[in-house]
Design a protein around this ligand. Structure first.
Ligand code: F6P
Length: 358
């Protein structure tokens, strides 16, 4: 009888609880193992006493399928190899995390995380001899070696529905509506939602844009007799001089934010159109999981447990050709998946007459 640890790491997204539920169902009811839920990612393993508890049959509750976020808690700060201290210095606290893992007497660890967490926890696993299996999650859909990750579809749905809500008000006021979306350095959410939501312009970080090209598209829309336009801008799109736009938060934290205002101002300046900006932000993360995110999360969770049963470690579960598979974790980390210019959806967008800013 094994005892396995489970943690969620990095930014939350929809579908994490569905994955957790599947891990518990397969491990406890399939193999008779104990599942220990670790609180707040690696932060829970750094604390003393270690923040963790054995999961019980409440984890089977189907409410968890519908529930956004993660009941285990998570963090996207505090890399244990470079942990920020109050005095501004950084210390290596990796040994504390490994010690915390050992204190729980675990046989293996399942971690649900994005590309950053995967690299960090893989390094911890190597250092501490921890048998590790990973489950990919991120609204950004930028993890390599998998077609999709938990949370992406729900984020695209939230962004598409934002465009659905912006369209009538745009038409009523004859405005250009700019919608700023998340995605870090990858433009997948913007590209997918922009196509699905009928955007006229989609700006993504992978394709540098010129304001002349955007203005040309807005004028074309107007000439064709339409009084409004929808513009999607991914948060990591750069300004004309090549700068990424950030917002500063307390404690020196920086996050993307503000490129929507820049683009809207430029559009108004060059076309005379009235513009408004919506920043969708964390709504993309906290929504109720879509059916597909629930389904993929369930398949991922069950398969991750089976990998432990087979003694296959240092692997990530992945989605490929309509099914769950597993791949070397290193492949997933090595291949950052941003939008390639050859992406068929880039062609689709162009075929629909959507301006990509180039
Ligand atoms: O990686 C997921 C993500 O939502 C990005 O799209 C976004 O840039 C970032 O996290 C926001 O992070 P935070 O929750 O710390 O504001």
């Amino acid at each position: 009888m094994k005892r396995i640890g489970l943690l969620t790491s990095g930014g939350d997204c929809a579908g994490l609880n569905a994955a957790l539920r599947a891990v518990y169902a397969r491990a406890h009811h399939g193999y008779g193992w104990t599942v220990v839920g670790i609180r707040n990612g690696t932060a829970g393993l750094m604390e003393r006493p270690v923040q963790a508890e054995e999961l019980d049959d409440r984890a089977l509750n189907s409410d968890l399928l519908r529930l956004g976020g993660t009941i285990l808690g998570t963090t996207n700060k505090g890399n244990p190899f470079k942990f920020p201290m109050e005095d501004g210095s950084f210390v290596d606290r990796s040994h504390e995390v490994i010690e915390g893992y050992r204190m729980l007497n675990l046989d293996a660890l399942i971690m649900i995380g994005g590309d950053g967490s995967m690299a960090i926890i893989r390094k911890l696993a190597k250092q501490g001899g921890i048998p590790l299996v990973s489950i990919p999650k991120t609204i950004d859909n930028d993890i390599g070696a998998t077609e999709t990750s938990i949370g992406f579809e729900t984020a695209v749905q939230a962004a598409t529905s934002a465009l659905d809500h912006l369209q009538p008000t745009a038409a009523s006021h004859s405005r250009v509506m700019v919608l700023e979306l998340m995605g870090r350095d990858a433009g997948h959410i913007s590209l997918w939602a922009g196509i699905a939501g009928g955007a006229d312009v989609i700006l993504i970080p992978e394709i540098p844009f010129s304001i002349d090209s955007v203005a040309h598209k807005i004028r074309e829309v107007r000439r064709a007799g339409r009084n409004f336009a929808l513009v999607v801008v991914s948060e990591a799109v750069k300004t004309a001089d090549g700068t990424k736009v950030h917002k500063d938060y307390h404690g020196g934290e920086k996050r993307f934010g503000g490129i929507g205002d820049y683009v809207a101002f430029k559009i108004a300046d060059t076309t005379g159109a009235e513009t408004r900006v919506t920043v969708l932000g964390h709504v993309q993360r906290g929504s109720m999981p879509s059916w597909r995110d629930r389904l993929i999360a369930s398949a991922f969770g069950a398969h991750a447990v089976d990998l432990i049963a087979e003694g296959k470690f240092d692997r990530m579960v992945a989605w490929s050709d309509r099914r769950v598979i597993d791949v070397p974790l290193q492949d997933a980390i090595a291949e950052y998946q941003d939008v390639k210019h050859s992406d068929p959806l880039v062609r689709t967008a162009r075929a629909l007459g959507i301006c990509l800013g180039d």
